[in-house]
Design a binder for this molecule. Structure first.
Ligand SMILES: Nc1nc2c(c(=O)[nH]1)N[C@H]1C(S)=C(S)[C@@H](COP(=O)(O)O)O[C@H]1N2
Ligand SMILES: [Mo]
Length: 193
């Protein structure tokens, strides 16, 4: 019965998740402020060609809008938000990862890190996003650019991204070192290792 209510909303949420009103800010530490003229996105590690993009170069890449749901490991979810950004796979293509590259460490302004399998990063709905529901991201939600990895818990969606490091072997990022799951699939409740 419950399943039919609100257009299947219940089945839309992974186990143990509930909808929130509003959009919580979940940051370990402070909010970094990055002037656009100093912003860079660096691609390095197991790649054929290291790349450093300026804001103008990044914004010249093909842009995408998509609607997706997000799920925080602490139990809140938001559904149906619209994000605008550049597909991660289009950015990754610029540096041509070596065949040995298996995982990526997202490095952020402010020091946060999180690891993502390369195959997860290359899915077509993974964005390097700068706009949310029609507005530029606010500083506390990751302006200028954050990852949005809708199929993994939201801690993988690194805010204030400054570099993607291509790795031949997966390695834990910040929360993963404290026991969060290496992959973090909300449908399998991969919360903690
Ligand atoms: N740079 C950075 N990115 C981060 C975090 C952080 O502390 N620093 N927190 C993560 C966690 S645990 C979550 S749930 C989401 C929260 O994003 P929000 O604050 O936009 O809701 O960002 C993720 N990305
Ligand atoms: Mo989180």
């Amino acid at each position: 019965m419950e399943r039919e209510g609100r257009g299947g909303q219940k089945d839309r949420l992974p186990p143990g998740q509930r909808l929130v009103v509003g959009w919580p800010v979940m940051t370990y530490g402070g909010t970094p402020v990055i002037p656009l003229e100093r912003w860079r996105l660096r691609l390095f590690g197991a790649v054929e060609r290291e790349v450093e993009l300026s804001w103008e170069e990044f914004m010249a890449l093909p842009k995408t809008k998509l609607v997706c749901d997000i799920h925080c490991v602490t139990g809140w979810s938001r559904v149906g938000d619209e994000w605008e950004g550049v597909r991660a796979k289009d950015v990754v293509a610029l540096c041509r990862p070596l065949p040995e590259a298996k995982a990526v460490m997202a490095h952020c302004y402010g020091g946060y890190t999180t690891n993502i399998l390369l195959e997860d990063l290359l899915l077509p709905d993974v964005l390097l996003a700068y706009r949310h529901n029609g507005k530029d991201l606010s500083p506390e939600h990751g302006w200028p650019v954050r990852l949005v990895v809708p199929h993994l818990y939201f801690w993988k969606s690194a805010k204030w991204v400054r570099a993607l490091e291509f790795m031949t072997k997966d390695r834990p990022g910040f929360w993963e070192m404290y026991g969060y799951h290496m992959r973090g699939d909300p449908w399998r409740e991969e919360r903690y290792a």
